[in-house]
Design a protein around this ligand. Sequence first.
Ligand SMILES: *Cc1c(COP(=O)(O)O)cnc(C)c1O
Ligand code: SF4
Length: 461
Amino acid sequence: MIKSKKLILYGSRDIDNIPELRVLPDKKKFDLKVISQVLPFRTNNYVVEELIDWDNIPNDPIYQLTFMQKGMLEPEQFDTIARLINENAEPRKIKAAANKIRYSLNPHPAGQLTANVPLMDDEPVRGVQHKYRETCLVFPSSGQTCHAYCTFCFRWAQFVGMTNLKFATDESKRFQTYIKDHKEISDVLFTGGDPMVMTLQKLEAYLLPLLAPEFDHVRNIRIGTKSLSYWPYKYVTDRNADGFLRLFEKVVNAGKHLVFMGHFSHWVELETDIVREAIKRVRNTGVEIRSQSPVLKRINDSAEIWERMWKTQLKQGIIPYYMFVERDTGTRKYFEIPLARAFEIFRNSYKKVSGLYRTVRGPSMSASPGKVVIEGISEINGEKVFVLNLLQGRNPDWVRRPFFAKYDEKATWLNHLRPASGEEKFFFEDELEMMMKKKKKLMKDFIEELEVSQDIETGAA
Ligand SMILES: *Cc1c(COP(=O)(O)O)cnc(C)c1O
Ligand code: SF4
């Protein structure tokens, strides 16, 4: 039978105290201590006890997913911090060195903040990103951590305090006003971090106001969460488990389509008794669960893993939704695979499953113009090309207009690709540049405040 567990979070200060870590050689523990001075480290007792196979270290995918590895920093970056630790340097010195490395890891890819944060009465609406017409992202201030941190996460900078994404609760009225005034918004997507780290009361304060008539245009409420993977007890045995389920029922019964955008990177996360029970209970409230993950070297870079993951998902009623390409930030070098390889993994798993699984789109890059999907690899007049498409566009009129890039077997991101047939630019580039310039001008007084935090903390909160 299912037993309850009390959540124990492990951070950089606990490396010597995690019982399972006793199997690790001291050298690996030291690596972990070094890297966690720079990048956020957090795992928990469920991940460590039930998801990681400690007989398969260091190759176990969930170990790679939550435990930092030496190769995640450049050798000289690693050595700098290692030397300071060995010299027993003052924390202040270590922190300064760590910050320097952090700034070199592209903490704010593609100026996402300035480009996507909307203005209302000439002031930014903090905690909101509105890039695609129909969908508005909301970052609740108390939902900006996770039950464990993924080593590849593109939001790593926020977990070490490098962004000012957070907005105070009294400002949440402002985000509500923004949504109320924008009738084109059909989807509100709560994201983080993980909004499901919030208490029941906090989550209610975000969800229930949207049930009022002035939000009738909001049809779909999505919650981006990895809680099913990292802390399924939340919905089964935790003190407020039933309270959360009742809240979901209330939202569904009020006529909203409530969706978990579940983040699953490997089938291991879907095969414990507790996660099966959690999925069942969440779905029984009328919540739909969809799934997404980037494709990552060392974690899920094989068609067999994706095929089994989709099959395990659909069997439990979870709808495969996105396969992403890892973004250009943080530990990307450690996890990246060429676009051509990502497409091969996608195609080889996709061709093995029936139509019911083919709701999944990918491999998709969340880039400045929009969600760019690799449709295929083909040939035009003897030139090998990637066939690309926009699934979402900063301008909605850009979607589903296939375009071509010169095939490049090493390219790992959109900015490595050049248009095919000797064209100079992709069709959206001039307009995108204009849009970005205009937005930058409007935001010029707020850029510093939005992108750089005054106080960068060492390690995760
Ligand atoms: C992916 C994404 C969305 C959601 O797009 P859908 O295709 O509707 O799932 C919304 N906003 C941003 C900024 C995104 O990156
Ligand atoms: S759960 Fe999501 S937001 Fe949190 S660390 Fe993992 S990928 Fe990042």
